[in-house]
Design a protein around this ligand. Structure first.
Ligand code: NDP
Ligand SMILES: O=C(O)C1=N[C@H](C(=O)O)C[C@H](O)C1
Length: 272
């Protein structure tokens, strides 16, 4: 039986991509999708909204009762409000404040919650690599991370930048909060052990992250470029299939990817 998903924020950039992916999926079925209360898109056909042709499923204010899993790519405020639905949920929303994350963690006591700032296979493999590289290269290498996104992105730095930078800090047994420096301006010499994090915004960039380890003699660089939002949408559907069978708890994409096939992933083009 396909997992019945409802997409919260169905009219957004990611919402539309996830609706399209769900309509093409064999493992998931598009049960519904929500738009902001009062939105002009209320009642619109979700298939037409995402450019896939008529689907016979309307955009609503609340998800349908019979949805198995909610997929939420909205805003931090909306995401926290959606916890009241008390349904298994996949959360891709970034820019969460500490108290908002705490509310999500509390909700995960009652339902399965997959929370991941980046649902692509590649980034989630890079997290492990970055932690390992930071540990093995050691403190003699300066770490700088540059991310770039489209002009419409609301939060900076990106959730993925923070995820990768945290992994680098963990590799050195440091807390990101103690070593992160966000941009530099004026007199700003590099402090020992700093992790520099820089955000670029422009045009239609889907998402790029470049983390470099600099020593005096060499540079080691890892880069991820998302070429299409489909890579995140496919990951979100895979996470929904995971959440549909999981016990209550807070999960990451690492949990999802292990469950759905482990390390040798067939890639994000694998049909769902
Ligand atoms: N984890 C991952 O892999 C990825 C995460 N993201 C994150 O996902 C989030 C969304 O990104 P993106 O799609 O580009 O942003 P958009 O602004 O395009 O989409 C967000 C949508 O949420 C809608 N919305 C806001 N409040 C509500 C509500 N209460 N109920 C229903 N819908 C609501 C907005 O409606 P309106 O426009 O009317 O306000 C908008 O359509 C961001 O936090 C982004 O960083 C993005 C890509 C990948
Ligand atoms: O807003 C986006 O577009 C993206 N947001 C996520 C983030 O903040 O890391 C993931 C991806 O980079 C695209």
């Amino acid at each position: 039986m396909p997992v019945r998903v409802a997409v919260l924020g169905a009219a957004g950039r990611m919402g539309r991509e996830i609706c399209r992916a769900a309509l093409e999926s064999e493992e998931c079925e598009l049960a519904g999708g929500t738009v902001r209360p009062g939105s002009d898109d209320l009642g619109a056909d979700l298939g037409e909204l995402c450019g896939a042709g008529r689907a016979g499923v309307a955009a609503t204010e609340d998800p349908p009762q019979d949805a198995d899993v909610l997929i939420d790519f909205t805003t931090p405020e909306a995401t926290v409000g959606h916890l009241a639905y008390r349904k298994p949920v996949v959360i891709g929303t970034t820019g969460l404040a500490e108290d908002e994350r705490a509310e999500i963690e509390a909700a995960a006591g009652n339902v399965p919650v997959v929370l991941a700032p980046n649902m692509s296979v590649g980034v989630n493999l890079l997290v492990e690599m970055v932690r390992d590289l930071a540990a093995r290269l050691g403190a003699g290498y300066d770490i700088e991370l540059v991310e770039a996104h489209h002009r419409g992105k609301r939060d900076a730095p990106s959730g993925t930048a923070l995820l990768l930078a945290r992994a680098a800090a963990e590799g050195r047994n440091r807390r990101l909060e103690d070593v992160a420096v966000y941009g530099r301006h004026g007199v700003a010499p590099r402090g020992e052990g700093e992790i520099g994090i820089h955000a670029v915004r422009g045009g239609a960039v889907v998402g790029e992250h470049r983390l470099t380890f600099y020593s005096e003699g060499e540079e080691v660089e890892v880069t991820h470029r998302a070429r299409s939002r489909r890579t995140f949408a496919t990951g979100a559907l895979r996470a929904a299939a995971f959440a549909a069978q999981a016990e209550p708890g807070l999960y990451t994409m690492q949990d999802v990817l292990e469950w759905s096939g482990g390390g040798g992933f067939a890639g994000d083009s694998r049909p769902m």
